[in-house]
Design a protein around this ligand. Sequence first.
Ligand SMILES: Nc1ncnc2c1ncn2[C@@H]1O[C@H](COP(=O)(O)OP(=O)(O)O)[C@@H](O)[C@H]1O
Ligand SMILES: [Mg+2]
Length: 236
Amino acid sequence: MLKVDSVHASYSGIRALKGVSLKVEDGEMVALIGPNGAGKSTLLNCISGVVPLSEGAIALSGQPITGMSPWNVARQGLQQVPEGRQVWPEMTVLENLRLGATALRGRPASYTLERIFELFPILSERQRQLAGSLSGGQQQMLAIGRALMGSPRLLLLDEPSLGLAPLVVKQVFDALTALNREGLTILLVEQNSTLALGSTHRAYVIEQGKIVHEGFSSELKDDPQVVAHYLGHAAA
Ligand SMILES: Nc1ncnc2c1ncn2[C@@H]1O[C@H](COP(=O)(O)OP(=O)(O)O)[C@@H](O)[C@H]1O
Ligand SMILES: [Mg+2]
């Protein structure tokens, strides 16, 4: 579904990604974990076309998307739930969801409003409320719902658990797991490594712009090096 090949990216000469390669197979749920500043958001933004690559290539279902504009990437069925949710605060829940569907451009809608309201009933109750008045957890659900309205083949999520209460994190991750079981391919960035490794098939660990570990999430959870560096930290 996704192939990232030796991607480099810089901000004004400061190298944020130094040759990152990874892949996500059709139907997989894959995690990218690593400390703050490791380059996780930069990689997602390179995939979605927001940050330009200085070297390397990215393909979606075998089709190159390197250098494609973010709006065209979205129309290929690659939807991103950005760090910090980024819902439109002055628009209602329903308006935010409907705007997500502008990425369809003739592709069939794979998720209806009804399905999104079934996943997140609170959004149905609050449809006419301004998005800015929602709690952080509700905004996260809205950001996911908005991405689903664009009929993703691949869904990218940047730190969906950040700042949310444990019960809300569970609701969000239960919904993501359900979506993946129905066939949606997911690439998830998380600083909460325990949570990420507990809910995905495979994972990559990124540190200072380089992948330093990769493997099955169930095995990485028990890998002494990964445990010492990431899980101990996350649990502390
Ligand atoms: N817009 C930006 N301008 C300059 N430097 C940035 C920008 N965004 C991120 N960086 C730097 O790039 C590196 C990777 O950041 P980022 O991808 O946001 O990491 P993560 O998401 O893993 O916390 C960090 O050193 C960060 O300071
Ligand atoms: Mg980030």
